[in-house]
Write a protein that binds this ligand. Sequence first.
Ligand SMILES: C[S@@+](CC[C@H](N)C(=O)[O-])C[C@H]1O[C@@H](n2cnc3c(N)ncnc32)[C@H](O)[C@@H]1O
Ligand SMILES: [Zn+2]
Length: 336
Amino acid sequence: MHDALLPLLACPACGSRLALRRPRRAGGHVMSGRLACAGCGGVYAVEAGVPRLNVAMETLRDVAGSFSYEWRAQAEGAFEPDRVFGRTQDQHWLDFLRFMGLKKSDVQGAAVLDAGCGPAALTSAIGAAGAAIVVGIDMSDAVDAAFARCRDLDNVDIVQGNILSPPLRPAGFDYVWSMGVIHHTPDPRAALARLAGLVKPGGTLFVWVYSTRPNPFRLGKAIFARLGLDRLPAPALHAAAKALAWASLAGLESYRRLRPAAGRVGALKPRTAGELELTWFDALAPLHASQHGEAEVRGWFDGAGFVDVVAYEDPNVAVRGRAPRARSAVPGLLSK
Ligand SMILES: C[S@@+](CC[C@H](N)C(=O)[O-])C[C@H]1O[C@@H](n2cnc3c(N)ncnc32)[C@H](O)[C@@H]1O
Ligand SMILES: [Zn+2]
């Protein structure tokens, strides 16, 4: 972590400010030290350049474990090392601009949170585009790969933390982005409310969640769950994901030959074995993987007091909203 991150951090247990003790610095980062809370007395570690601020993990250990496996495997060369879910870093960046309704110049000088950043492909792109500060937060061991990817960017920090108990000061970010994350919590509505509280007045929040539309990956998860197979250890699920990837690739190819227009069908979009292997593992392994309708997600934004809510045409549910300028109009904004 850089020293500039400290004012944005808060104790994940009580919301008070944290003080940095016994820092050891290298290459512009605080590589190790302690973060002490003056409010509740909690003490958290900074290890390998990353503040370790996970709390309230009882219901999340299983999900954190499967994502830790997923991103460690990717860092070791599994799936597609240069892409995440079949998308290059440039494609993640262009998706970010489109879904947030921004131009590159809007991002320059802004404070941005990538909530559930995984290996930080997007986080690093936002940093490289010139944001004032970008924070990537994830509860899993993805933070180690994320830190390695971002360590040379002076404006990017990676935090290990749980978005249901975010270790961040309220209303600290112009833009909060959360792609494919909150449906992996036991309470996505509460997760959205927590993220809403991190947005500055007038700032933007975007979330992308699994939709209730039929989709081969959700169907696969439902079948695995029914048979109790989704609780197999991660390496066994990885082997299953590999087999399913090759089977679906073969199925896709035959379908394409028979129906040339099939490439336009959203659920059939993934194209390489590595992409399908990651998507299958990601669909099968997390214990929590709920599905939601657009109206439901819009309701979460309304409930958080957000305005100008926009939903996108996407096979899944992609919605953004704006925090009202009058802070008091946002229920719970300062309640953390
Ligand atoms: C499917 S991945 C998406 C990664 C990235 N946003 C992307 O679009 O490629 C979901 C990520 O969210 C993280 N995550 C899930 N629940 C979380 C929570 N409660 N707090 C922090 N991170 C969480 C997981 O560890 C995982 O890395
Ligand atoms: Zn505290």
